[in-house]
Design a protein around this ligand. Structure first.
Ligand SMILES: NC(=O)c1ccc[n+]([C@@H]2O[C@H](COP(=O)([O-])OP(=O)(O)OC[C@H]3O[C@@H](n4cnc5c(N)ncnc54)[C@H](OP(=O)(O)O)[C@@H]3O)[C@@H](O)[C@H]2O)c1
Length: 247
């Protein structure tokens, strides 16, 4: 029998990159997977390609999160795996920071992740697993990264408190913090092909293992943290960045 058979899993931001790859791994391991996304066409196309349920929900809007939780409650009653993955990039030097960029990054990466956990807590079965998608930038101090890295540091703080609050129900809460992973997230920043190539080359030069990670590397780690093999792991953050943050 596959390790996650009979488990219901929700993956936010599942139409692309790490969320998509993780939904695929969870499904391969037997879970009944629901992916979410903010763009109807994209999330439905991904749902069809993966053979999983797709639901439109903007993690930047608490009202959307509440509707999502209610819909999933109606259709599935309870869930076993919650992967809070949706996130966006955005940054500037602190001196030049724009309020709109600050608000949009915090709304999705921090506030949206927080309220996703909050509103899904009543739906979590005893023994469920929650994983937040953080980032190695939470441990790095690169110029222009203050907004994004603060949003991810905040996630790590929520994760640890949630692990304490939910332990009485045997619900485990952890975070995975990748370094550079090959996903469309950088291309969404409006860079030219050449700028994107130059940026990727620069990033790779800063990774001791000298390559970017694959989305499925993260997916396998998330699936492991949601499996019975990880039943003594909670309140922990797993950095997977080819050594970048310790270089
Ligand atoms: N790739 C990396 O190097 C890296 C490293 C560390 C951490 N991360 C984190 O990993 C997570 C996944 O990123 P990724 O690299 O896989 O990027 P991605 O390919 O852009 O995937 C992000 C997913 O989140 C969705 N999303 C964005 N804003 C949303 C919102 N308001 N509501 C619902 N869904 C939303 C995106 O939808 P759209 O397609 O509509 O944009 C997409 O499905 C993010 O939290 C990111 O911060 C990525």
């Amino acid at each position: 029998m596959k390790g996650l058979t009979n488990k219901v899993a929700v993956v936010t931001g599942g139409n692309s990159g790490i969320g998509y790859a993780t939904a695929k791994v969870l499904k391969e391991q037997g879970a009944d997977v629901i992916i979410t996304g903010r763009r109807k066409e994209a999330v439905e196309a991904a749902g069809q390609a993966l053979g999983v349920t797709a639901m439109v929900s903007d993690q930047g809007k608490v009202a959307d999160i509440e509707v999502l939780a209610e819909n999933i409650k109606q259709q599935y009653s309870k869930i076993d795996i919650l992967f809070i993955n949706a996130g966006i990039l955005g940054g500037a030097a602190i001196e030049d920071a724009a309020e709109e960029v600050f608000d949009s990054v915090m709304n999705v990466n921090f506030k949206g992740a927080y309220f996703t956990l909050s509103r899904f807590i009543p739906l979590l079965n005893e023994g469920a697993a929650v994983v937040f998608l953080s980032s190695n930038t939470a441990h790095m101090n690169r110029p222009n990264s203050s907004i994004y890295s603060s949003s991810k540091s905040a996630l790590n703080a929520i994760m640890r408190t949630a692990a304490m609050e939910l332990a009485p129900r045997k619900i485990r809460v952890n975070a995975v913090s990748p370094g550079p992973i090959e996903t469309p997230i950088l291309a969404k920043q409006g860079l030219s092909d050449q700028q994107l190539k130059d940026l990727q080359a620069l990033i790779i030069s800063e990774v001791p293992l000298h390559h970017m990670g694959k989305p499925e590397d993260v997916g396998k780690m998330v699936a492991h943290l949601c499996s019975p093999e990880a039943n003594f792991i909670t309140g922990a953050e797993f950095v997977m960045d080819g050594g970048m943050s310790v270089a």
